[in-house]
Unconditional design. Structure first.
Ligand code: PGA
Length: 262
């Protein structure tokens, strides 16, 4: 199976940005022009309090655009103040949830074991987890990229069977490229994406690995998306800053649509 036979997936990670009116306007704009990027799965991940109005705005605009959370608890319900269960995300219309984003790992102490528990809970609830991995600049400069990403993949995806892995989306996001304007070169990204696909083959089988979509994230913009999309193991993008503008987000999605049919 080649990149052309995996449906590209472009997700917007809005992080802690926009308010209700800005978020719903952005969602409506993306959904209304969704046809521009036919053949690419599109996902919008607003702050949790705006999931419902964003999902409603998407539905009103009639576009096939999915909504996802930026984090979830590994528990189903109970005394976990401030947490949101995967089932609750599903209940308000989410199909996806980002897990283990580098900001969660660095700022909130998330570990591979914790991400693994969350991924299992999300899958059990029927959500698609977007599991993030990626090395810091210090780790890359020390020649440890492969070791760090391997450990994150093995730890975060431990115990998932082939069926679970096939549903899961992996996002490779080098920490040094996130929000810095320093995008990985297509060669740097492809090298790690190929490593990740090899690791997935080891966890399950080459056939399973060939079905898993692996996104690149880190300063993806309209002007660098086409080169990334052309790489054989890059199946989409997890977009932060550029996802806050409908034109930019859709331009990135179009780049993956064009690569998908090439
Ligand atoms: P960025 O963020 O596109 O602003 O670099 C990507 C991410 O953090 O997912």
């Amino acid at each position: 199976m080649t990149a052309a036979s995996r449906t590209p997936i472009v997700a917007g990670n809005w992080k802690m940005n926009l308010d209700r009116s800005g978020g719903t306007a952005l969602a409506a704009a993306v959904a209304g022009r969704r046809g521009d990027a036919a053949g690419v799965d599109l996902v919008l991940c607003p702050p949790a309090v705006y999931l419902v109005p964003v999902a409603e705005a998407v539905a009103r605009a009639g576009g096939d655009v999915a909504v996802g959370g930026q984090n979830a608890c590994d528990k189903g319900s109970g005394a976990f103040t401030g947490e949101i269960a995967p089932q609750m995300l599903l209940d308000v219309g989410c199909r996806y949830v980002i897990l283990g984003h580098s900001e969660r790992r660095t700022l909130y102490g998330e570990t591979d074991a914790g991400v693994n528990a969350k991924a299992k809970a999300a899958l059990a609830a029927g959500l698609v987890p977007i599991v993030c991995v990626g090395e810091t600049l210090e780790e890359r400069e020390a020649g440890r990229t492969d070791a760090v990403v391997s450990q994150q993949i093995r730890g975060s995806l431990a115990g998932l069977d082939a069926a679970a892995l096939e549903k899961t989306v992996v996002a490779y996001e080098p920490v040094w490229a996130i929000g810095t304007g320093k995008v990985a070169t297509p060669e740097q990204a492809q090298e790690v994406h190929a490593l990740i696909r090899g690791l997935l083959a080891g966890l399950a089988s080459p056939a399973t690995a060939a079905k898993v979509r692996v996104q690149y994230g880190g300063s993806v913009k309209p002007d660098n998306a086409a080169d990334l999309a052309a790489c054989p193991d890059i199946d989409g993008a997890l977009v932060g800053g550029a996802s806050l503008k409908a034109d930019d987000f859709l331009a990135i999605a179009r780049a993956f649509a064009a690569a998908g049919v090439a």
